[in-house]
Ligand binder design. Structure first.
Ligand SMILES: Nc1ncnc2c1ncn2[C@@H]1O[C@H](COP(=O)(O)OP(=O)(O)OP(=O)(O)O)[C@@H](O)[C@H]1O
Length: 320
């Protein structure tokens, strides 16, 4: 469905020049430096997959998406979306894809939401029957009814995102590219968007590629994650594979009745204390939980013991 093969994008940064003449000089002087925003990135995404495309700020995520949807031309390598080139067959590819950039809207700012939808209907040549079906389905899932006649500029961020998602889906594309669709939303609005995305992936088998900095988006939605850093692909696999690969520590938190007499335990990663609370970080592949509990019981009287598997935030932090 989506194939990136040795994908690269180099941007040319020129020094700041003063005035129009200076800008022209800078343009033709050849002075400046090349910045590889995306470097030799390859992956293949099958129909119906829900993939998280992750990386720290400036890693090259948006640049990749822009090449996948045909906005940018790769400096090297190739892209295939629904069996076509987004650069050479932009119109045909546009019919197969829906795109949402969380930071920007594709709707007309001063027009009511419904008018934007009708413009998009005409642009994508969606027939009346399909349009009515889409409206019914997405109104049901996204509850558009309460703001369908409101100008886009008056919508809350959550409402705007719901309208943008419906707009991206009006022409029933098989593939969705979502660049930070939950950015800036409150917890309830995020949950609503996630529920919607899960539904269209599961029921309609939409293939979804999502960039996000929200760890709950990843945990709840993505069956597979691809991580890039400094433009290069550093990981591609399931979350559980990632956990195994990184080998992050399990945390055992113990609350003692009185100040514990802590002894070092061989083979653990580290111990952190906070008053009468102690946290032991260990890799279960090296040392078992019963051994840890046995050692801890020698330190004093535990009031409460909790075990926690590595947090997804910590996993991602380690890769970055
Ligand atoms: N049009 C451009 N011209 C020059 N440099 C650019 C351009 N677009 C992006 N870059 C640079 O390419 C690099 C990757 O940017 P990109 O926007 O793809 O990162 P990102 O992973 O999406 O980051 P974020 O999470 O902050 O959105 C950055 O160093 C950025 O400054």
């Amino acid at each position: 469905m989506i194939v990136a093969d040795g994908l690269e994008k180099t941007f040319w940064h020129r020094p700041n020049a003063k005035g129009v003449l200076g800008s022209f000089r800078a343009l033709f002087s050849g002075v400046g430096s090349a910045k590889k925003a995306v470097e030799s990135v390859s992956f293949a995404i099958e129909e119906g997959e829900f993939v998280g495309y992750l990386g720290p700020n400036g890693a090259g995520k948006s640049t990749t998406i822009k090449m996948l949807v045909g906005i940018l031309h790769p400096s090297a390598g190739s892209v295939e979306v629904a069996g076509m080139s987004p650069q050479l067959q932009r119109r045909e590819v546009a019919k197969k894809i829906g795109v949402v950039f969380g930071q920007r809207t594709q709707l007309w700012w001063d027009l009511p939401v419904r008018d934007s939808f009708e413009i998009l209907q005409a642009m994508y040549q969606v027939d009346e029957k399909q349009y009515a079906l889409a409206m019914e389905r997405y109104d049901d899932l996204l509850e558009l009814g309460s703001f369908i006649n409101t100008p886009v500029r008056k919508l809350s961020l959550g409402q705007r995102m719901r309208a943008d998602l419906a707009a991206a889906l009006l022409h029933d594309p098989a593939i969705l590219f979502l660049d930070e669709p939950t950015i800036g939303l409150d917890v309830v609005a995020k949950e609503r968007i996630r529920g919607f995305l899960k539904e269209i992936n599961r029921v309609e088998r939409k293939t979804i590629l999502l960039t996000t900095h929200d760890m709950d988006d990843i945990a709840e939605l993505c069956q597979r994650i691809i991580v890039i850093n400094h433009g290069k692909l550093v990981m591609d696999g399931s979350l559980s594979a990632l956990r195994e690969q990184i080998g992050l520590p399990t945390t055992c938190t113990v609350q003692f009745a009185s100040t514990p007499q802590i002894q070092q335990i061989r083979g653990i990663e580290r111990i952190e204390t906070n008053g009468m609370q102690v946290q032991v970080f260990y890799d279960k592949r090296t040392i078992s939980t019963p051994v840890i509990l046995d050692e801890i019981s020698k330190w004093g009287d535990p009031l409460d013991i909790t075990l926690a598997e590595p947090e997804i935030e910590e996993l991602i932090r380690r890769i970055y």
